[in-house]
Write a protein that binds this ligand. Structure first.
Ligand code: HPA
Length: 276
């Protein structure tokens, strides 16, 4: 099996070929369901489809464009994953997190991961944007299962702080200047693709979860593994199963993400500005 650094080199060479040179990257962003529009707003924007990059999987999920987009956002050199890979697409978790390691190899020092999520906390409302202060891996899987590449990170990475405290404090202060409050919550990761049942949501509430979704946690584990600073944002696109007397649908997820897109864009820019 190829070592990670060999794979990263091959991905990098493909981008070099496509763009002439690999643009600088300081911060990696992953944009979740219905939230990818922000990649259109980059300055000095350069787009490489995942199909052109060796070792990248293909984005099959609806609302995930499948492009790696380089450029400047809020003055920072960023690379945006416009669409992510999920376990429910049939991919092993270790393969879904490859882009995190790849972007780290290009120079990224931080990861800002966003997602659409169901609201478990009854104080949340549909459309709310919440910083992910901690996570529960409820998948029974882990992207690091298998031999560890000691050149990348430790066998047993620490997970006691998935939200970078300094980054959060600076982002919160900047968000407050815009007269907004940045809430924090615990995100629970389920494999999907079926939505949860009301009984599962009641159980998750007792476990201390505030939001539920089918992504992000594997990326955060990989990011901790390779030493990136992390910031996660959930867009609560719907209340979780059983909270309101209404069936869940992907259409509602996309509609809500679309409804709050301006606020979402403004928060992401604020968080990017706050990255040091
Ligand atoms: N459950 C899981 N994933 C989700 C949800 C949900 O309610 N909403 C958006 N992604």
């Amino acid at each position: 099996m190829k070592k990670l650094n060999e794979k990263c080199l091959e991905s990098k060479q493909a981008i070099q070929k496509e763009l002439g040179q690999v643009p600088p990257v300081d911060l990696a962003l992953v944009l979740g369901s219905g939230l990818g529009f922000l990649a259109e707003q980059l300055e000095e924007r350069k787009v490489v489809p995942y199909t052109s990059i060796p070792h990248f999987l293909q984005s099959t999920a609806i609302g995930h464009a499948g492009n790696l987009v380089f450029g400047k956002l809020a003055g920072k050199d960023v690379a945006i994953m416009q669409g992510r890979f999920h376990a429910y697409e049939g991919y092993p978790l270790a393969q879904t997190v490859y882009p995190v390691y790849f972007l780290q190899s290009l120079g990224a020092r931080g990861l800002l991961a966003t997602n659409a999520a169901g609201g478990i906390n009854l104080e949340f409302q549909s459309g709310e944007l919440v910083a992910i202060e901690d996570v529960i891996n409820f998948s029974g899987q882990n992207p690091l299962i298998g031999p560890n590449d000691d050149a990348v990170g430790p066998r047993f990475p620490d997970m006691s702080c998935v939200l970078d405290p300094g980054w959060f404090a600076r982002a919160q202060a900047k968000w407050k200047e815009k007269n907004r409050v940045l809430k924090k919550g615990v995100y629970i990761f389920c494999l999907g693709p079926s939505y949860e049942t009301p009984a599962e949501i009641r159980a998750f509430r007792q476990l201390g979860a505030d939001m539920v979704g089918m992504s992000t946690v594997p990326e955060m584990i990989a990011a901790r593994h390779c030493g990136l600073q992390i910031f996660g944002i959930s867009c609560v696109t719907n209340m979780a199963a059983g909270v309101v007397d209404q069936e869940l649908s992907h259409q509602e997820v996309m509609d809500t993400a679309n409804r709050v897109k301006n606020t979402f864009a403004s928060l992401v820019k604020t968080v990017v500005e706050a990255f040091e």
